[in-house]
Design a protein around this ligand. Structure first.
Ligand SMILES: Nc1ncnc2c1ncn2[C@@H]1O[C@H](COP(=O)(O)OP(=O)(O)OP(=O)(O)O)[C@@H](O)[C@H]1O
Ligand SMILES: O=C(O)C1=C[C@@H](O)[C@@H](O)[C@H](O)C1
Ligand SMILES: [Mg+2]
Length: 189
């Protein structure tokens, strides 16, 4: 497929990329935003599982985290170069990689889904099984990762606070925010 020029993508045609810590709701909310805007939805974790024919915990167990990060980077660069108008939910650790931050910020609108540690902690038990990064970690160790990761999510076009909102409410807020940006013909930052 021909690679699209990343410059000069009209604001309305840009992919909307959701970032944030694992479990903040990128997959759940991204799907809802896509439905509300009649756009295609790509969940990068699911895309990797489909492309490589393995579940993410299996990829970590068989090939290690470095290999996962490499295929995560290749998958996201491919999506940014070849798709437009999609709602794209990244994995929680994707923005650790500079190459991913660069390609997303250059060609997409990046929305940071923010959730406080106190609210996130209440969700932790739901998440552990399928998130290898959380395996064998104490709550304090997870909080350390949560705190460290905030710096990488600081690079975004708009921040959406999700504390005390259900997924539907967050999705409605994002849709309104995007429509406002599109009316103004400019990014949200
Ligand atoms: N706003 C919300 N309020 C309450 N629960 C939520 C909210 N958003 C998501 N959840 C729940 O939290 C869990 C994790 O959500 P989800 O899988 O969408 O997170 P994620 O950000 O995609 O995680 P990852 O980075 O690991 O892909 C799910 O059980 C989901 O139902
Ligand atoms: O935060 C992380 O490092 C991860 C989050 C998930 O979405 C997956 O991408 C994977 O489990 C790693
Ligand atoms: Mg997800």
């Amino acid at each position: 497929m021909r690679t699209m020029s990343r410059q000069h993508i009209p604001v309305r045609a840009k992919n909307i990329v959701l970032i944030g810590f694992m479990g903040v709701g990128k997959t759940t909310i991204g799907k809802l935003v896509a439905e509300k805007l009649y756009r295609d939805f790509i969940d990068v974790d699911a895309e990797i599982e489909q492309r490589y024919g393995m579940a993410i915990p299996e990829i970590f167990a068989q090939h290690g985290e470095d290999y996962f990060r490499k295929i995560e980077r290749n998958t996201i660069i491919d999506i940014c170069n070849n798709k437009q108008c999609n709602i794209v939910s990244l994995g929680g650790g994707a923005f650790k990689q500079e190459a991913i931050r660069e390609v997303c910020l250059e060609s997409c609108l990046v929305l940071f889904l923010d959730l406080s540690w106190d609210r996130w902690k209440e969700r932790m038990d739901l998440l552990i099984e399928n998130r290898p990064v959380l395996h064998n970690k104490s709550v304090d160790e997870v909080q350390q990762i949560f705190d460290e990761r905030q710096a990488i999510y600081a690079e975004h076009n708009a921040r959406v606070t999700t504390d005390n909102l259900n997924p539907e409410e967050v999705a409605d807020y994002i849709v309104e925010l995007l429509k406002l940006g599109w009316e103004l013909h400019q990014p949200l930052s």
